[in-house]
Write a protein that binds this ligand. Structure first.
Ligand code: IPM
Ligand code: MG
Length: 359
């Protein structure tokens, strides 16, 4: 029987509650499809700061590197917001992506048919459904560039730097083109080449790559226009490839048009099969401990984990079908209930688990 080591970072806020349901789902899938999972709990984020003084302990990096995949809930919260930047929970998240070389972040934004009512866009805009894959560069750009503070002529100043190398653009660009080849064959690269030099290098590099992929219909779009088109005509997008910051912003926007940010999973990948899987939403401290968080984004992240890191395709499909069925049966957590009756985190987990057994 295949046996896999999974590093688990429950994190802060609703993190532990949603990861609990995700692990339940993984276990049901493993049992049904005949493989075994060993979980290794490690700390990252606010809980790591409380226990060890730093957001990303060395031990966490070591265990993650020795695993087949990393499952992550969410990190951060008001308790740690006043700490200096490099000691905040978010620094742990950026740090682990970087330490594991996970430069490609895949964020599929799919509007599940039963959730059409939760989509805030007019029905005619989403009548043909919505299925966008955001490919976000994850270990470069302004989130990793030089930053600091200084005293200038105008008083106190702060700066952050956006820097991209051809190599970084090429490797994320290829992920975008390859994904487009597997899907409808359409790739949009998003930048701000009318202003930023880093975007001009990004665009030049993407154009060079596009020649290697004549089968992919390629276009560029400026980020402000992309933000508008996402709500005006989201169906024009298939695969979108973009920088770290633009991808961060546009993926939250894309999530909202699929009904709720509580539905979107993500996979962070590098050159090997090791990946980190997390919902794109945050730790939602306002609802932590109430048992009302939506566990579906984390459960769907487990499907991506099974698909990309463990190559357990059938198990991945079963989890995705189970989520679809749970929604078809009418089960809703508060975020997707549109004011109607809702169920809690654990109950949603139980329902999905029941459905994985037969889905
Ligand atoms: C995300 C989050 C993180 C990011 C934060 C918490 C650092 O917003 O995964 O989208 O910006 O990458
Ligand atoms: Mg974000």
């Amino acid at each position: 029987m295949m046996n896999y080591n999974i590093a688990v970072i429950r994190g802060d806020g609703i993190g532990p509650e949603i990861v609990k349901e995700a692990i339940k789902a993984l276990n049901v899938a493993a049992k049904r499809f005949g493989f075994a999972l060993n979980y290794h709990e490690v700390l990252m984020g606010g809980c790591a700061i409380d226990a060890t003084g730093v957001p990303l302990p060395e031990e966490t990096i070591r265990v993650c590197k020795a695993s087949s995949a990393v499952l992550l809930g969410a990190v951060g919260g008001p308790k740690w917001e006043t700490l200096p930047g490099h000691l905040r929970p978010e620094a742990g998240l950026l740090g682990i992506r970087s330490a594991l070389g996970l430069y490609a972040n895949l964020r599929p934004a799919v509007l599940f048919d039963p959730l059409k009512d939760a989509c805030p866009l007019k029905a005619e805009i989403v009548q043909n459904g919505l299925d966008i894959l955001m490919v976000r560069e994850l270990t470069g750009g302004i989130y990793f560039g030089e930053r600091g503070r200084s005293k200038g002529e105008r008083g106190e100043e702060a700066y952050d730097t956006e820097r991209y190398s051809v190599m970084e653009v090429e490797r994320i660009g290829r992920i975008g083109f390859e994904a487009a080849k597997r899907r409808s064959g359409k790739l949009t690269s998003v930048d701000k080449a009318n202003v930023l030099e880093s975007s001009r290098l990004w665009r030049e590099t993407m154009h060079r790559l596009a020649k290697e992929y004549p089968e992919v219909a390629y276009d560029d779009m400026l980020v402000d226009n992309a933000a508008m088109q996402l709500v005006r005509n989201p169906a024009r997008f298939d695969v979108v490839v973009t920088s770290n910051m633009f991808g961060d912003i546009l993926s939250d926007e894309a999530s909202m048009i699929t009904g709720s940010i509580g539905m979107l999973p993500s996979a962070s990948l590098g050159d090997g099969t090791l990946g980190l899987y997390e919902p794109i939403h945050g730790s939602a401290p306002d609802i932590a401990g109430t048992g009302s968080a939506n566990p579906l984004a984390t459960i769907l992240s487990c499907a991506m984990l099974l698909r990309y890191s463990l190559n357990q395709q059938e198990a991945a499909n079963a989890i995705e079908r189970a989520v679809q069925l749970a929604l078809e049966e009418g089960w809703r957590t508060a975020d997707i209930a549109a004011g109607k009756e809702s169920i809690g985190t654990q109950q949603m987990g139980d329902i999905v688990c029941r459905l994985i057994e037969t889905a």
